[in-house]
Design a protein around this ligand. Structure first.
Ligand SMILES: [Fe+2]
Ligand SMILES: [Fe+2]
Length: 274
């Protein structure tokens, strides 16, 4: 899930009818990995992967929005098709995460993410609005996802769950890489001047604040799960938080700075109002 589509209000299952629920049982059961969890970890495993299923599936619309924006900007059909494929991959990730829920003998059903509008940033040009979203989606969120999933994958022993996670990881690498590849091309446009770069810096202050809030919300600072949890994707939230900060400060900030964006100042001065 991407913070630009984030909402703080949790979905209340009690107010939803069955037809309003996100039900991926069929797709999930078709992909069920042969994972056996010790009984004391089954509930936590199902909970973790159900939350992932909801976030992954719910993030697809962000790529649909980005594909539309890139198309409007006159980007090639190949680029637009690549981003449209990312949306399909996020829905597939939803089904893969649901498959782990079903493997725990629970149901891949959850309240969906609250639908939020894709930000088009009408107060700035189409190019500038697109760069903002590319930064937030690919260079920030997806890059953090690559780091977190990559670390989880390294801790996981070989087996069907690692194979499933590797499929998700490979796609997330593609989503992140796309942003870092396209960014310099978009920044080469004639309308990109000092004032636009400065405005992007101001946008990044807000984007970083949302990213941090979103990630910390999903990475609990409580006691770590037992060591056998790593085989099921149950990771220490505390370690993941450290990795999040390292990814931002050592990878994302220097990466954006290398493209001429004032990312260090933006990170150090992150705030919710521009
Ligand atoms: Fe994903
Ligand atoms: Fe992704």
């Amino acid at each position: 899930m991407h913070p630009l589509g984030a909402t703080d209000s949790p979905c209340d299952a009690r107010k939803l009818g069955m037809s309003d629920l996100l039900n991926l049982r069929q797709e999930a059961r078709a992909r069920m990995p042969a994972v056996v969890a010790p009984p004391h970890l089954r509930k936590a495993t199902a909970q973790t992967w159900r939350a992932r299923m909801r976030n992954e599936y719910g993030s697809a619309h962000v790529f649909e929005g980005l594909a539309d924006q890139l198309k409007a900007l006159g980007q090639s059909a190949e680029i637009v098709a690549e981003v449209e494929r990312f949306a399909l991959e996020e829905r597939k990730h939803g089904a893969l995460c649901g498959a782990v829920v079903e493997a725990m003998e629970e149901e891949a059903v959850t309240p969906p993410l609250e639908s939020t509008e894709y930000p088009t940033h009408p107060e700035v040009s189409l190019l500038e609005g697109t760069v903002r979203n590319l930064l937030s989606i690919c260079c920030l969120s997806e890059t953090v996802a690559v780091a977190l999933i990559g670390a989880e994958r390294l801790e996981m022993p070989d087996g069907p769950l690692k194979t499933l996670l590797t499929e998700i990881y490979g796609d997330e690498c593609g989503h992140s890489n796309f942003g870092w590849r396209l960014l310099p091309t978009l920044l080469e446009a004639q309308e990109v001047d000092e004032a636009l770069i400065e405005r992007l810096g101001r946008y990044l202050r807000v984007a970083f604040a949302h990213l941090e809030k979103h990630e910390l919300m999903h990475l609990p600072d409580g006691p770590p799960p037992p060591p056998e949890g790593a085989a099921l994707g149950l990771c220490s939230g505390r370690d993941a938080r450290k990795l999040f900060y390292a990814t931002v400060t050592r990878l994302i900030v220097p990466g954006l700075e290398s493209h001429g964006l004032p990312a260090r100042h933006a990170w150090e001065n992150r705030c919710f109002g521009s």
